[in-house]
Design a protein around this ligand. Structure first.
Ligand SMILES: [Zn+2]
Length: 198
């Protein structure tokens, strides 16, 4: 695999190659050097200053560590149950978060203000969803997707994996295989400015 030198504001994970000592001055707190190559010792965002010092910043350190009721989270659907779905949190209030121990649940009654009979009519595995935190119990959060700006913002075709295109109210269509699927869509489905790939 080709080793890419990182740029300012790149997201890196622990152990990732960052560059060489000829190019950067490695930060002692967040990087380590092996045979002239610099690697990340934590997950976060690259910061390169004007002296070419490279360090990794995490939002957890700069911002509060906890999730509060009313926060808007963004993350993938990781499981579907009969009456609820589970999400991981990628971002909290628009800030990238790497604490994967956070888990949120959307109950079927909290999906939409319109009646949703089955969870699978609104969400599928790997969908990326924007939701609001409405209750908390230890590290598990109760989420809601009621409201036009909440719901699925990215979905792949369950048959062929192509990104689905909006084809009507809460309806998506695959341009490749023609498959039609239902979702609880956010109003900015597939046009969100938020970064969905980390
Ligand atoms: Zn398809």
């Amino acid at each position: 695999m080709k080793k890419d030198t990182v740029k300012n504001k790149d997201i890196v994970i622990t152990g990732q190659y960052l560059g060489v000592v000829e190019e950067f001055l490695p930060d002692e707190q967040s990087t380590f050097v092996k045979e002239g190559e610099i690697f990340a010792t934590k997950t976060g965002m690259i910061s390169i200053d004007n002296k070419r010092k490279v360090e990794i910043e995490t939002h957890q350190e700069k911002d509060r560590k906890t999730v509060k009721i009313g926060d808007i989270i963004l993350g993938p659907i990781i499981f579907l149950r009969k009456y609820s779905v589970g999400l991981n949190f990628y971002t909290i209030n628009g800030k990238i978060h790497f604490n994967s121990s956070y888990l949120g649940n959307v109950h079927v009654s909290q999906i939409s203000n319109k009646y949703v009979e089955q969870v699978k009519d609104a969400f599928q595995l790997t969908d990326i969803v924007r939701a609001k935190v409405i209750d908390q119990n230890a590290n598990e959060f109760t989420l809601s997707t009621v409201g036009k700006h909440l719901g699925v913002i990215h979905a792949d075709c369950s048959i062929c994996g192509t990104v689905l295109e909006k084809a009507g109210f809460n309806k998506l269509k695959c341009s490749l295989c023609g498959n039609i699927e239902k979702r609880k869509l956010a109003d900015d489905y597939n046009s969100t400015k938020e970064n969905l790939r980390f």
